[in-house]
Design a binder for this molecule. Structure first.
Ligand SMILES: NC(=O)c1ccc[n+]([C@@H]2O[C@H](COP(=O)([O-])OP(=O)(O)OC[C@H]3O[C@@H](n4cnc5c(N)ncnc54)[C@H](O)[C@@H]3O)[C@@H](O)[C@H]2O)c1
Length: 284
């Protein structure tokens, strides 16, 4: 089955990126947000993303205009009902996600697929919040969605193989390089990257070096595009915190315990690039 229409619930960093790439691919996309203010911010972000992609020469100016006609963002949750696939991309909070998935399940037809962009929450928990666990998969896009090729397609023991194949084919159609992964908390990407980010914060807390120096070692010494503090700011410190908390909840291993400094920054509202301040300041 080919996905022609998608709905995305939650149009922040990830949801807006998913809508942009879907619209560029020729898929009709509707985004759902909680307030008109958030919906307007998402529209602006998607338009700016399309313009930036065109200015980099990845699509033509005409293609960007066509894509901008293929998406809408609304506060009406009923807009999910016509989609072939609904992607949930709200905050990394298990109770919120379960509630949202249950609401989606009640509104869409029996053939509709439901995907979550969760970074760490076991898919089985989310699948069990619906009446169609065999049609629930993880579609874990990476940030920034328009630029990053990887999508982890997460399957649970009850996901049917042809549904996994439909999602893999969709990711390829969207220009991505999917990898099929089993349902373990953190999947592959965050299983490995979250302890690394937390270790960097703990190293700073212990006075090993300042943040710039730790970033410089990783960037220059290992040829990463950025160090762990810049990467945490890009991901969003609230998201890093919530991923750590959710993995700690599952593994009960100190490696995943959110360090005090991370918690403090989140409580201050210093969430990274999206709020203009995280470990670093972003005056632009
Ligand atoms: N930020 C990353 O680097 C990254 C990477 C991969 C996956 N993820 C995952 O993607 C998901 C979203 O993360 P994000 O970084 O886009 O977060 P974000 O904070 O940028 O956006 C979340 C959006 O969800 C909206 N929202 C909350 N409750 C809602 C509801 N009931 N209905 C509709 N909209 C609602 C919020 O208004 C907000 O705009 C999380 O599960 C996160 O773990 C994040």
């Amino acid at each position: 089955m080919r996905i022609k229409q998608i709905a995305v619930v939650g149009c922040g960093t990830m949801g807006a990126g998913i809508i942009q790439v879907a619209a560029q691919t020729g898929i009709e996309a509707v985004g759902i947000e909680t307030s008109e203010e958030a919906a307007e911010a998402a529209r602006a972000r998607i338009k700016a993303g399309l313009e930036a992609t065109a200015s980099r020469g990845k699509i033509t100016a005409e293609e960007a205009i066509d894509a901008s006609k293929r998406f809408t963002v609304t506060t009406d949750f009923n807009a999910v009902s016509d989609a072939d696939l609904v992607v949930e991309a709200v905050f990394e909070d298990v109770d919120l996600k379960k509630r949202v998935l249950g609401d989606i399940d009640r509104l869409v037809g029996p053939e509709t697929f439901i995907a979550s962009n969760t970074s760490t929450i076991p898919l089985v928990i989310l699948a069990a919040a619906t009446s169609r666990p065999e049609r629930v998969v993880g579609l874990h896009f990476f940030n920034p969605v328009p630029a990053m090729k990887l999508v982890e397609v997460i399957k649970t023991p009850v996901t049917s193989p042809e549904h996994v194949e439909t999602m893999r084919a969709l990711a390829v159609e969207m220009g991505k390089s999917p990898v099929i992964v089993n349902d373990v908390p953190g999947f592959v990407g965050n299983l490995l990257i979250v302890p690394y980010l937390l270790d960097a914060i703990r190293a700073f807390e212990r006075g090993v070096a300042d943040m710039e120096s730790i970033d410089a070692v990783i960037k220059t010494g290992f040829n990463h595009p950025m160090g762990p503090f810049r990467l945490s700011d890009l991901i969003g410190l609230d998201i890093v915190h919530d991923m750590a908390a959710s993995m700690y909840e599952e593994y009960k291993d100190q490696r995943y315990f959110p360090p005090p400094l991370l918690k403090q920054y989140v409580r201050l509202g210093w969430l990274g690039r999206k709020t203009g301040r995280g470990f670093y300041r972003y005056d632009d």
